[in-house]
Design a protein around this ligand. Structure first.
Ligand SMILES: Cc1ncc(COP(=O)(O)O)c(C=O)c1O
Length: 309
């Protein structure tokens, strides 16, 4: 299994924040592993354990063309002696379409490319059952590792933070990481979530995932009461970014030596820097979770013609 000891808590000094007594830490989950990086191992850990315990052949999961989750699944399965199958959105693609898919194939993942219409069915019970029949003895993990086992894997990271803190910032895609993290916080701690998708209904999505996981209403309300949503930092939507965001990421790296990605963590750090300008955060201790995503940066640099690092 992958070693989370690499995920250190690193202090970042932003002069304006330090002067106002704000202590900022980054939980470096991006250091867990190059491919099974960030929240990916958190979400896969118990799924992989369940796969091994149940003596399944491997994991079948879903993702887009640049999916961090697909690559992490391919890499984790390859290390653990498991097979992996990736159902990929886009029938026009193939395993040479980009670096992420090439790496998935290199790691032995069987890639199955489906139309967008077919991919839409990925949450439907009948579709999942059909996949179970087609690929018997595979554990089916939803897109982004969005299940209960994924959530409790993310909850674990809170117990590794041995300092007291007031607020934690995390990027949101499927809301699995934020649900798990929120479950691990105490009632006085805030969780700030930054959805990478435009129009994403963070609270509804978190509630849905918690309901699916069998968490009762009282506990769900306690969890959701800690959540503060920053929905204006999607930079035009999922997979999209602006010059302002790319510049922010470049400058942040130059000043603080921390690499962020333009799909999730860059947007979240941008929101954090904006939010902590408010006086209420004076003298607070804040943690940013680095959820990884750096494997996709080179294709973004290629596409945008903007050199980030
Ligand atoms: C790098 C990165 N950060 C954050 C997220 C969002 O996590 P979640 O889908 O658990 O909300 C993802 C997607 O899984 C991701 O790849």
């Amino acid at each position: 299994m992958f070693d989370v000891k690499n995920s250190i808590l690193e202090r970042i000094n932003i002069a304006d924040f330090t002067q106002r007594g704000i202590t900022l830490y980054v939980k470096r989950d991006d250091l867990i592993h190059a491919e099974v990086s960030g929240n990916k191992w958190r979400k896969l850990k118990f799924n992989a354990e369940s796969c091994l315990t149940k003596k399944k052949k491997g994991i079948l999961t879903f993702g887009g063309a640049y999916s961090n989750h697909l690559l992490a699944t391919a890499s984790a399965c390859s290390s653990l002696g498991l097979e992996s199958i990736g159902i990929v959105r886009g029938e026009e693609l193939n395993e040479n379409s980009n670096g992420t898919l090439k790496n998935c194939a290199r790691l032995g993942m069987r890639l199955i490319f489906v139309s967008r219409a077919k991919y839409q069915l990925r949450h439907e019970k009948a579709f999942i059952e059909a996949k179970g029949i087609e690929f018997p003895n595979f554990l089916i993990v939803p897109e982004g590792g969005a299940n209960y086992l994924g959530m409790i894997g993310c909850q674990e990271l809170i117990s590794e933070i041995k300092i007291e803190f007031d607020a934690i910032f995390v990027a949101q895609g499927t809301a699995t990481t934020s649900c798990g993290v929120a479950m691990g916080l105490n009632a006085n701690q805030e969780i700030h979530v930054v959805p990478a998708l435009k129009g994403y209904q963070s609270i509804d999505e978190m509630d849905r995932l918690l309901i699916e996981s069998g968490i009762d209403e009282e506990w769900r309300n306690q969890i959701l009461d800690k959540v503060i949503v920053h929905s204006d930092y999607h930079f035009r939507g999922y997979g999209r970014y602006t010059h302002e965001l790319l510049l922010f990421i470049k400058e942040f790296h130059e000043k603080h030596g921390l690499k962020l990605d333009p799909i999730y963590t860059g947007k979240t750090m941008f929101a954090l820097v904006a939010k902590l300008k408010e006086e209420v955060y004076n003298n607070k201790t804040v943690v940013f979770i680095h959820t990884g995503g750096l494997q996709g940066v080179s294709s973004i640099e290629e596409k945008s013609g903007f050199k980030l690092f």
